[in-house]
Design a protein around this ligand. Structure first.
Ligand code: ACM
Length: 519
């Protein structure tokens, strides 16, 4: 069978004889519920052909001799929301979708059937625009298909974030995990506590060279934060691309920028500054009631800004030296009859998870949260190893697999690091990302169903520019997208590389500064 070159690989696809030419008389029909994806298709095709191709809002017309029409139909209720099928004949294309997301993914697949210049969005009269006749049936393997971007270590402009979301959507990735707070910067405007960004959003300099052989500071201040308007713009843009934004407010560690802004929320007697070095820091939020209220005030605003169902609370790398010596922490341990500082983190995170649950949100946290007992109903994001995710699933937690050995896109992409830009460490080539199997064979069917999906991590300590972010993200995010979307039986690395070639042309034309695996 002659397969189509679509990335991530669909469940089934076939090239059929003939083609469906796109002309100025082409019509697009869609029911109201699928008008978003239909409009997206109309806008892209209008932009690259120079014709105005209208969308007619009505249920798909049934006339068999209707020519030059793209017809969107809502599927049977049994079809999952993200599933779709496409049938292109010489006179019409019919799209059946489980819901708006499915129709949106149908459009992404359709656009990959056109010449790569489609991504440029400018009229190209020199191209004979046509869809190949084809049949596609498709649905994702996992519900959570994520990418994390660290905007705390280095601030990225809103347009960089939108560009990343656009590229995610083209790969049918649906979750943007936004790491907004850390020792080196607090990037989210909070109305009640403006110093979080006015002081916490600025560091006086950044480290030069690698953390392991420190060369001193660069003497250049770095600052930036996202206003409420910026966040609303990004959340709306993401929603239009069927991407859910999951904000991360890291606690009780990775807290130094916040504590520098409001020293009373830390465990320190002496003032601190926003960190100017990388690596794990000792600064923790105090676990006392006033600080719990402070952080819940922050979360109240976060829930107002981010309408999605999930909020990530971090919980990683919270070394307990400060709590071990802190009277407030020791008092909480005694009052609540906890076994020690790890259990105190469990109690502290449970307070936050309860607060979010009362507001209809589900908490995520990194796998360290298991060490002190994580609140029931929370989702574990497994990063220290894939085994941590297995243990979490066996313990009854839902899990997002983000193990560093397969999904940390800040690791080197080549064994020969001399030709690569400075990276944190590690070796994560494209092939290894592609080889990741998120569901371990040791999981029972019930446990396997707890693996919600998979996520790539773009930690930015060594990625000060958008170009470096793109270089480390692509094409590894393309491999991750296929791990997240395609069934194991449909995965094959050499076939992936063939599908990757035309995708890299699309990335070129979109101006993305990816790493070329064939250079
Ligand atoms: C992490 O890499 N600290 C989640």
């Amino acid at each position: 069978m002659n397969e189509l070159s679509i990335l991530p690989r669909p469940a089934r696809s076939a090239r059929l004889p003939g083609e469906f030419p796109i002309g100025p008389d082409m019509k697009i029909f869609a029911p109201e519920t699928l008008s978003g994806p239909a409009n997206e298709l109309a806008e892209v095709l209008s932009a690259c052909t120079g014709w105005t191709l209208p969308v007619h809002i009505e249920e798909g017309p049934q006339s068999p001799n209707l020519t030059r029409a793209v017809i969107f139909c809502a599927g049977e209720p049994a079809l999952p929301a993200e599933a779709y099928s496409v049938h292109i004949e010489w006179f019409a294309a019919r799209i059946v979708a489980g819901g708006p997301a499915g129709a949106y993914y149908a459009v992404q697949s359709l656009l990959q059937l056109l010449p790569p210049a489609v991504v440029q969005g400018v009229p190209r009269g020199d191209i004979a625009w046509a869809f190949p006749c084809a049949q596609i049936e498709d649905a994702p393997r996992f519900a959570w298909r994520g990418l994390l971007l660290d905007s705390a270590r280095w601030f990225q402009p809103v347009d960089t974030i939108k560009s990343l979301i656009r590229q995610m959507a083209a790969l049918k990735l649906n979750t943007f995990h936004w790491h907004l707070t850390d020792d080196q910067g607090w990037r989210l405007a909070i109305e009640k506590y403006p110093k979080l960004t006015s002081l916490g959003g600025r560091r006086k300099e950044s480290p030069r060279g690698h953390y392991g052989h420190f060369l001193g500071g660069d003497g250049t201040p770095h600052e930036g934060y996202y206003s409420r308007e910026d966040v609303r713009e990004i959340v709306a843009f993401a929603a239009a691309h069927h991407v859910n934004v999951v904000p991360e407010i890291d606690m009780p560690g990775h807290a130094q920028a916040a504590v520098a802004a409001y020293p009373e929320i830390g465990c320190h007697a002496s003032p601190l500054e926003v960190s100017t070095t990388w690596g794990v820091h000792e600064t923790l939020f105090s676990p006392g009631e006033p600080v719990i209220r402070f952080l819940q005030d922050v979360l109240e605003e976060v829930t107002g800004l981010f309408p999605g169902p999930f909020i990530h609370l971090g919980g990683d790398e919270a070394v307990k030296t400060q709590w071990d010596a802190n009277p407030v922490a020791q008092e909480q341990i005694t009052t609540h009859e906890l076994s020690g500082t790890e259990a105190l983190q469990g109690w502290f995170m449970a307070r936050m998870a309860d607060f979010l649950r009362e507001r209809g949100r589900r908490t995520l946290g990194w796998d360290e949260n298991l060490d002190g007992g994580f609140a029931k109903g929370s989702i574990v994001m497994s990063w220290r190893s894939a085994e941590m995710g297995v243990a979490a699933a066996k313990a009854g937690f839902d899990v997002v697999m983000a193990p560093k050995e397969f999904t940390y896109f800040d690791f080197y992409q080549s064994a020969d690091t001399s030709a690569e830009p400075l990276a944190i460490h590690g070796h994560l080539p494209l092939e290894t990302v592609y080889a990741f199997e998120p569901v371990a064979p040791s999981l029972s069917a019930v446990e396997a169903a707890r693996i919600l999906g998979v996520q790539g991590q773009i930690w930015t300590d060594y990625l000060p520019t958008p170009a470096l972010v793109e270089y480390m993200t692509f094409p590894r995010a393309c491999a991750l997208a296929e791990v997240a979307w395609s069934a194991p039986a449909r995965r094959d690395y050499s076939g992936f590389l063939e599908r990757l070639r035309p995708h890299l042309v699309r990335l070129d034309l979109a101006g993305i500064k990816y790493r070329n695996p064939w250079r």
